[in-house]
Design a protein around this ligand. Structure first.
Ligand SMILES: Nc1nc2c(ncn2[C@@H]2O[C@H](COP(=O)(O)OP(=O)(O)OP(=O)(O)O)[C@@H](O)[C@H]2O)c(=O)[nH]1
Ligand SMILES: [Mg+2]
Length: 297
């Protein structure tokens, strides 16, 4: 019997939601960074096996909205909980449940969808994790199962995978077998560039960075592919940081991104990056819409 279903992955920012999905899908389809609020859009990451198709909904971390972008991210996470077959609630093994986790548990209690608790980052857990930390998470709400894992190191993922499969109803292929993500290449390309910016810069470049692909020339196998992208920041000072001394930072971001883009697209890539200032884009709805952050996706 072929089973298939939709699995929403929720949790506070930075707990490892995207890392876990990449591990379960078996390839890097989602961007990951040490900075909270890396994921900004709802993305479906798709695993297709012989007997099953699992569609994971990556969601932005649930937190208190401060900007319009924050409102949008919270709505996206809430929406994802409706009409899915299963919810994975991700928390961190190296800390006790906090107000953020409790708030999410309250939200999850309001939906009827079964919930599996995934306690991630067990590689960073303290010695007394089992006696001191684990019980505290278990009492947050009623879970269908509890799975301590390390998404980063691929530890203990098999019991989790079996439990997920067990919850899936009989169903069709919702997506073609060779599709791993429900977004066009331009979106993935922009995400990869954004990941490299988040990795290379620090707090001075907060979430006020967005990337838009303005050209991705049609290509034939073996030809050089031109990708032109615009990087938006909020202030002149941030533009200087992203460009760096004599363009050094931008060059580094560009070459890291290019390597990954070439892997993704199977072509040699010529990457052209432009940095632009768009004041206050996080709070301006029309700008958000232009950049693809719309509630209606
Ligand atoms: N030590 C350790 N680090 C991990 C593990 N899983 C994820 N991380 C790290 O945690 C950080 C955040 O990971 P993400 O996957 O981007 O987290 P997220 O929950 O998707 O974050 P947002 O999209 O910002 O909500 C990254 O630096 C990951 O490498 C793990 O099992 N162990
Ligand atoms: Mg993420």
């Amino acid at each position: 019997m072929f089973v298939s279903g939709f699995i929403a992955v929720v949790g506070r920012p930075n707990v490892g939601k995207s890392t876990l999905i990449n591990a379960l899908v078996g390839q890097k389809v989602l961007i990951v960074s040490p900075r909270p609020q890396t994921t900004r859009n709802r993305i479906h990451a798709i695993y297709t096996g012989e007997d099953a198709q699992l569609i994971f909904l990556d969601t932005p971390g649930i937190h208190n909205p401060r900007h319009r972008l924050g409102d949008y991210m919270l709505n996206a996470a809430r929406e994802a909980l409706k009409e899915v077959d299963l919810i994975l609630f991700i928390v961190e093994a190296d800390s006790l449940p906090g107000p953020g986790d409790r708030k999410i548990a309250e939200l999850l209690k309001q939906v009827e969808t079964p919930v599996l608790l995934v306690i991630n980052k067990t590689d960073m857990a303290a010695e007394d994790f089992e006696t001191r930390v684990l019980p505290r998470y278990k009492e947050l709400m009623a879970f269908r199962g509890v799975f301590p894992v390390s998404a980063l190191h691929g530890q203990n993922l098999e019991p989790l995978r079996s439990a997920i499969l067990k919850q899936m109803p009989a169903g069709p292929h919702f997506y073609p077998s060779d599709m791993v993500v429900d977004r066009p290449e331009e979106f993935l390309a922009a995400e990869i560039i954004r990941e490299k910016i988040l990795l290379r810069t620090h707090d001075e470049i907060p979430h006020s960075v967005a990337v838009q692909i303005t050209a991705m020339e049609p290509r034939r196998k073996g030809e050089l592919l031109l990708i032109r992208a615009e990087i938006f920041v909020e202030k002149e000072s941030q533009k200087k940081i992203v460009i760096g001394n004599g363009g050094a930072m931008l060059k580094e971001i560009g070459s890291l991104a290019r390597i990954e883009l070439e892997k993704l697209l199977g072509n040699s890539v010529y990457l052209e990056l432009w940095v632009k200032v768009k004041k206050d884009w996080r709070s301006r709805e029309n700008v958000l819409r232009q950049l693809g952050y719309s509630d209606k996706i």
